[in-house]
Design a binder for this molecule. Structure first.
Ligand SMILES: Cc1cc2nc3c(=O)[nH]c(=O)nc-3n(C[C@H](O)[C@H](O)[C@H](O)COP(=O)(O)O)c2cc1C
Length: 505
């Protein structure tokens, strides 16, 4: 990324200048001008003199409306001025422009677009508009200044100096833009109005009477009422477009940090698990369609005939065992039964054993390459707390025989993936859940997925740094009581057979 474009050079200037976003490049190829950022391109084929002059000026630094207008008139007269409007609209909606707010010749804020699908704001902020801080507004340290943003916005606002932060602080109570300017010492009204516009466009401030109340609260019944800030921020920033920085497999840590190995270093002492011949199992397992039809969440375990080490080991092998380790030129990868984004397989399995024939209670780690269990912790109040959480979450009357704790080794996925690594791990948990449901059902075991767990309790019990590896999923597993009906009370087979849906029945 190049350095941010310099603000307008004119001393004493008050207003807004436009420039190309810092991560975009402008190049010339086969008579066309090409704007590029990441995988996104905007091509201007055979650009006229006005288009070329404006794009090149925006590439050099911030230009204000008057400067752009003069440039367009000089190169195309009235038609040039009209074409300029269209060009700026295209650049704004394509997310190519930064807006630089300048007061007395000094940059005080810069609005930086996120992504390339920007709804061009049609609502201009008036001095008498009442504005207030959105309940989704966030203020944090950005690259070279304080950054204001909202997951509802398609731009972030980077402040220089104290005026911007003071405006945000003053807007924690809804007030008119004029009153906002009056309440910030040393700020001129034009600069505050321009700041208010940038902050409204970035959804950090909301205008009363718009689609949200100016006190920042959602209107009753509105869609955003349901959302919390952490949920909405995670959702928007982990989807391509309104993410921050690169997206996908950018390998941004390559050469700067060592990648984590494909197989997690094992814990000692190790307990060998009985060998499970999954190829032989394929001949005796019930058919997949039957397993899928019979799959249920079972929250009772038969403590008279608990699960044993052989079956626990087989279940772990079915969903976790490493087939092969290989290198793709960037990092070590592995081949396993389950699919995994980038073949990274960052999930690890930690059986917390309460009752299992042939295995002492304790917290274990599954060594997916050696097909062994490494002891992480003997039972103690911290492991009991973990089991209690699972029992309560699964609404069980007795302690689960085994809680299968699922961690993600974040350094594996975050080393390669940008913006989406954590979301990817949660997707992997879904993959693992269903595979475990199916394997356990085929084996006649009881299994139930859990929607949440306490990662701090796991960190305390395991001693593992939760920023390196933390629980992202939990399941309870045990022996299935023989008396349980194969089918439960819920209607299942209400869908017509596939053939009849194809028009044959
Ligand atoms: C991602 C996920 C989270 C779940 N969380 C819980 C949970 O926290 N507690 C629980 O008792 N069951 C949980 N379940 C099981 C569901 O309650 C169960 O799948 C649902 O009631 C349908 O029943 P069935 O699995 O028997 O078809 C979860 C299932 C999934 C897939």
């Amino acid at each position: 990324m190049r350095a941010p474009a310099p603000a307008l050079a004119a001393p004493g200037f008050d207003g807004v200048g436009l420039c190309l976003r810092a991560d975009a490049t402008l190049s010339c190829a086969d008579g066309a001008l090409v704007l590029a950022e990441g995988h996104v391109r905007s091509v201007f084929r055979a650009p006229d003199a006005m288009t070329a002059a404006v794009l090149e000026a925006l590439d050099r630094g911030a230009v204000d409306d008057d400067g752009l207008f003069t440039m367009a008139m000089e190169r195309g007269g009235d038609r040039g001025a009209m074409a300029l409007e269209l060009l700026l609209r295209r650049l704004t909606s394509g997310g190519w422009l930064e807006h630089v707010v300048v007061a007395a010749g000094t940059e005080i804020a810069r609005s930086i677009p996120l992504g390339h699908v920007i709804k061009v704001a049609t609502r201009r902020v008036r001095p008498t508009d009442r504005v207030g801080l959105s309940r989704f507004a966030l203020l944090r340290r950005g690259d070279g200044g304080l950054l204001a943003e909202s997951p509802l916005g398609a731009a972030q606002v980077l402040f220089q100096g104290p005026v911007g932060p003071a405006v945000v602080a003053a807007a924690s109570e809804a007030l008119t833009v004029d009153a906002l300017a009056a309440s910030v010492t040393g700020a001129n009204a034009a600069a505050v109005a321009a700041l208010a516009q940038a902050l409204v466009d970035a959804a950090v401030l909301v205008i009363e009477g718009g689609d949200r109340a100016a006190d920042g609260d959602a209107e009753p019944g509105s869609p955003d009422e349901l959302w919390s800030l952490p949920d909405l921020l995670f959702h928007t920033r982990s989807r391509v477009g309104r993410n921050e920085g690169g997206y996908g497999g950018t390998y941004r840590w390559e050469g700067r940090r060592e990648p984590a190995p494909a197989v997690r270093p094992r814990f000692a002492p190790a307990i060998e698990l009985p060998c499970s011949d999954l190829t032989a199992r394929a001949l005796t397992d019930p058919p997949l369609a039957d397993v899928m039809r019979r799959r249920r969440s079972v929250r009772v375990h038969d403590d008279d005939r608990p699960i044993d080490i052989g079956r626990l080991g087989e279940l772990l092998a079915r969903v976790g065992r490493v087939g092969a380790v290989f290198h793709d030129g960037h990092q070590e990868l592995s081949a396993r039964q389950l699919p995994s984004g980038g073949a990274l397989h960052e999930l690890e399995l930690y059986p917390l054993v309460n009752r299992c024939d042939g295995l002492a209670p304790g917290l274990y780690h599954y060594d997916a390459q050696g097909h062994a269990l490494g002891l992480v912790s003997e039972p103690d109040p911290r492991t009991i707390l973990l089991a209690e959480y699972a029992k309560r979450t699964a609404i069980m009357d007795t302690m689960p025989q085994v809680v299968l704790l699922v961690t993600a080794r974040f350094d594996r996925s975050m080393w390669k993936y940008e913006s989406m690594a954590y979301a990817l791990s949660l997707k992997h948990v879904g993959v693992l859940y269903e595979a475990t449901y199916l394997a356990a059902t085929a084996m006649g075991l009881a299994v139930c997925a859990l929607g949440g767990g306490n990662s701090d309790a796991f960190a305390a019990a395991s001693g593992i740094d939760p920023l390196v590896e933390a629980t992202v999923g939990e399941m309870v597993i045990g022996s299935r009581p023989a008396h349980l009906p194969d089918d439960d009370w819920r209607p299942r087979d209400h869908a017509p057979p596939l053939d009849s849906r194809n028009g044959e029945g």
